[in-house]
Each structure stands twice: as C-alpha cells, then as structure tokens.
Write a protein that binds this ligand. Sequence first.
Ligand code: ZN
Length: 207
Amino acid sequence: MKEEITSFAPGHLALGYICSKLSSKLLKVEVNLPLIFLFSVLPDIDILIPQLNHRGPTHSTIVAFLFFIPFLIVYSKKSVPYLIALVQHSTIGDFFAGKTQILWPISIRYYGMDIPIDSPTNITVEWICFLISIVIMVKSNDLRKLFGKMNNLNLVLFIPTTAIFLPTLFSFPLKVPIEHLFPHIAYAAIFTMSMVKGLYEINIAKK
Ligand SMILES: [Zn+2]
C-alpha cells in the first residue's frame, strides 16, 4: 500500500449522488445511476496505479474538465451531472477530509481542510450525506430503479463496490472505524443486490 486511505467511498458515493441528482433536476435531464456512482469514485483509481500519487492528477479539476470535453461536445448538458459527480469527489469530499492536487498541472500544491476521518465532525457529515442520499434515493424511486429493469451497464456497479472495499483490501483486517461501517455495508449491499438481480435478468433474457 503506498499511502493510507483517508476518506471512504460511501461519502463520495452519497455526495456524488446528491450533487448530480440536483444538477439533473435543474438541467431537466435523466441520469444513469450506476454511471453516477462510477464517476463519484473514479479519481481514487490512483490507489491502484503505483506510478501516481494518491490525490494527485486524477483528482485535478482541470484534468476532469479536459477528460469531459468530448462528452460535453457529443452529449452537451446530458453529460453535466456526470462531470459534477467526478468533480465533487476532490472539490468537496477529499477537500474536506484531506488534501488534493485540485489544480494540477497548473499548481502542484495540495489544497484541503484535512479533517481527520475518525473525527466527530467527519463522522457526522458522512452520516448526514449518507442519510440524505438514501432519503432521495427512496423518494425519487431511484432505489427501485436500481432493482428494476437491468441492462449490461448496471454491471459497472462492480467498480464502486470495489471502491467500498478498498480500505479492507489495502489494510486487512478491516480498518474502517465502527461509526463508518453501516454506510459501507448499506451501499455495498444495494450495489451487490442490484448486480445479482441484473445478472439474473440478463441470463433469463438469454434463455
Ligand atoms: Zn479521492
């Protein structure tokens, strides 16, 4: 492991979902939920790439905008909620609970409030975001959609599910503080059940 993990996936997933849901409402566009969750944790791919510093270039807002230019050209405002899901990761979540190279390559400085992950402030904020995300998911019928009609795209939930288990994979035995455990289990359970149901339906459709 190259660096200790100082933020957890459920916070990123909850905030990514809330922010992109809000933007999709404002822009009056539909969003694909598995893709929103994927983009919410995507910057942490650097944990798996030995050549990259954690919270370095993959957490840069400049890199995110450049990466999204083709999508903005082709899909215009439909792609904006996904860009927001990607950018909130480092500008809100990691900024709050750590420091990131938000302006790489213009500046290599790490910006952030660096609030400790096991502090009461962090735990409270994570829980508030988690609860808000679940309430919106239930009220907007998104939770039902995750268990509704499936397509192959739903299997991308495998990536956010892996992100949830990253702290465990990199620092076995489980290093997640007990207060953070329930959001981890809840998100992992929702995604896993959604994928299992998806695989089942895809198999049924093939027969
Ligand atoms: Zn991150």
